[in-house]
Ligand binder design. Structure first.
Ligand code: NI
Length: 228
């Protein structure tokens, strides 16, 4: 499932991020690439221990934890400290699959994290650059993603994806991975669909007696499928 999560960051948050990032010194993006993907990766990245990465990463984590769509879709157990990248004219990242396991080098918990989901949070306005689409292949076909600044796309980390070459301007984004409470993509999808339906029913018929039972089913499935 590809999930578009809108307005993770407010316009003020985006402006704050851009102010810090536009003044930062970027490094070669291959610092976090695996052996195979390093050959396909041509971009710039903020070192993960850079003060701006840590400050803005904390802001993003705080916003994510209060975003109901993100929480329902990802069911996060752990979120990798957000990283930041920049693609300038001519830069791209060819087709690859993200590493299955990541070792955080900042934050309190540095134990390995299994990457169930990948996330890209757009920090550039789409009008400010050409190219730079995130292209994701899944069992339903090929999807081209370019979102407003402050919006996020959540997709299975197992999927093949690429960032198209930039032909004008620059594309700044944050990217990170999530280890979910529910490892299986199909189970996570069912829980999300059920959650969305329950929310919708609650809006329309909050007193309906079947709602209590449906909420019970949601929690009992989550109890059955989650690992903590
Ligand atoms: Ni990737």
């Amino acid at each position: 499932m590809l999930l578009h999560v809108t307005q993770v960051l407010s316009p003020e948050d985006v402006a704050r991020c851009r102010q810090r990032l536009d003044a930062a010194d970027w490094a070669d993006g291959r610092i976090t690439a695996g052996y195979q993907s390093a050959k396909a990766k041509h971009n710039l990245q903020l070192p993960d221990d850079h003060p701006a990465a840590r400050e803005l990463g904390a802001l993003i984590l705080e916003r994510l934890q209060r975003h109901p769509t993100f929480m329902a879709g990802a069911l996060p157990r752990r979120i990798f400290p957000p990283l930041f990248n920049c693609y300038r004219e001519g830069q791209s990242f060819g087709f690859h699959v993200d590493n299955a396991v990541r070792y955080p080098r900042t934050g309190e918990d540095r134990s390995p994290l299994r990457t169930d989901l990948s996330a890209t949070l757009f920090l550039s306005h789409p009008d400010d650059y050409d190219g730079g689409e995130l292209v994701i292949e899944d069992s339903f076909g090929t999807h081209s993603v370019k979102l407003p600044a402050g919006d996020l796309i959540l997709y299975p980390a197992s999927s093949l994806h690429q960032v198209m070459p930039i032909t004008r301007g620059e594309r700044v984004a944050s990217f990170f991975w999530i280890q979910s409470l529910v490892r299986d993509e199909g189970e996570r999808r069912l829980l999300f669909d059920l959650d969305v339906s329950i929310q919708s029913l609650t809006q329309q018929q909050a007193e309906h007696p079947a709602l209590v039972s449906l909420v019970g089913v949601y929690h009992n499935l989550l109890r059955r499928w989650s690992e903590t």
